[in-house]
Design a protein around this ligand. Sequence first.
Ligand code: UDP
Length: 332
Amino acid sequence: MKGQADTVGNMADDFRSTFAETRILVTGGAGFLGSWLCEVLAACGATVHCLDNFSTGQIQNVSSFRKAIQITRADVTTARLPGGYNYIFHMSSRASPEEYQIHPIETLRANSEGTVRMLELARKSDAVVVYASTSEVYGNAAVVPTPESYYGYVSSVGIRSCYDEGKRFGEAVCMAYFRQHGVHVRIPRIFNSYGPRIRSDGIYARVVPRFILQAIRNEPLTIQGSGTQTRSFCYVTDTVRGLMLVASPRGKDGETFNIGSPDEITIARLAEKVKGISRSKSGIKHVEAREDDPRRRCPDLSRTRKLGWRPRTSLDEGLASTIFYFRRAYGA
Ligand code: UDP
C-alpha cells in the first residue's frame, strides 16, 4: 500500500473546486475509464453528458449513477450535440488490441473525425479538451522508461496501426487546433490501466481481466509468447485522478503527460501474481505471441509528477480489489 485507497467520494472532494457547476461532455462515457470519469465528475457537482455508441462501452457501467448524468447513445463521428461545454473528455475509442484489429476503420474514425468534431465543439465554447491518447504512440519503444519527448517507433502499416496512428493523428490534430485556433488541448498518454468495470470477455479483454477470470475459474492462464514482454499496470482511480488533474488549472494547454504506473513487470510475473493473490489452482499455458507486440512498456513520469500526481495504489492492492470485483460479478 503506497497511500490511501481512493473512493469516488474522496476524489470528488479533491476536484470539486475545479469541476462543480461546470458542463462536461465525456465521449466513451460508458466505457471503462469514461464511466469512472462520469461518476466522479457528477459527484463533483458537474452537469455531465455521457456520449457512447455502446460498441464497447456497457450500460451497466453507468447504471448505478445514471440519474445523475445525461446519456446519449450515438457515435462521436455523427452525434448532434448541444455544445456549451466547459470541458470535453474525448475518451471514445476501442482500446483492446484484439478488438481494434477487427474494427480498424471505426478505430481510426473515432480518433480522427471524432477528434476533429470534438475540437470544433470546444472551439465554439472555449472548452478545455482532454484527448485520451495512449502509450501506444511510442510503439515498440527503444527508450524505457519512456519520456514524452520520445518520438515513437511505430509502423504505419502494421496490424496495430489503426490504433497507434489513429492516436498519433488525434494528437497531431489537437496540436493543430491549439496552434492555429488557441483551443485548450490537453493530451494525457494513458498506459495500461485496470480495475473494476474493465471488460473481461473475449476480444474486449486485456491481459489483467483475462488472467483474473481464468484464475478464478481455475482455468490455465494464457501467456502469449514467452511472457518476458513487460507492461506497467495502473489502478483505475489513479488513472482517473491523473486525467482530472491534466484537465485542471494545474495542467497545461498543448502539452502531453504520461499517465501510468512506473512499476514495470513481465507478463509471466503478472500471471504468477494473479494466481497467488486469487489463490488459484490454475496452471500456465503458453500460446502464440501477438504480431507486433511491444516488448517493453513503462512510463517516465518526471513531467506528470510535477503536476503533483503519483499512483497511490500498489499492484498487489489493485489486483486484490479487482479480483474481489470479478468474484462478485461472476459469483465465483
Ligand atoms: N497477453 C497475454 N495473454 C492474454 C492477453 C494478453 O499474454 O491472454 C499479453 C499480450 O500479448 C501483451 C500483454 O499481455 O504482451 C498486454 O496485452 P493487453 O491486451 O493487455 O494490451 P496491450 O498492452 O498490448 O495494449
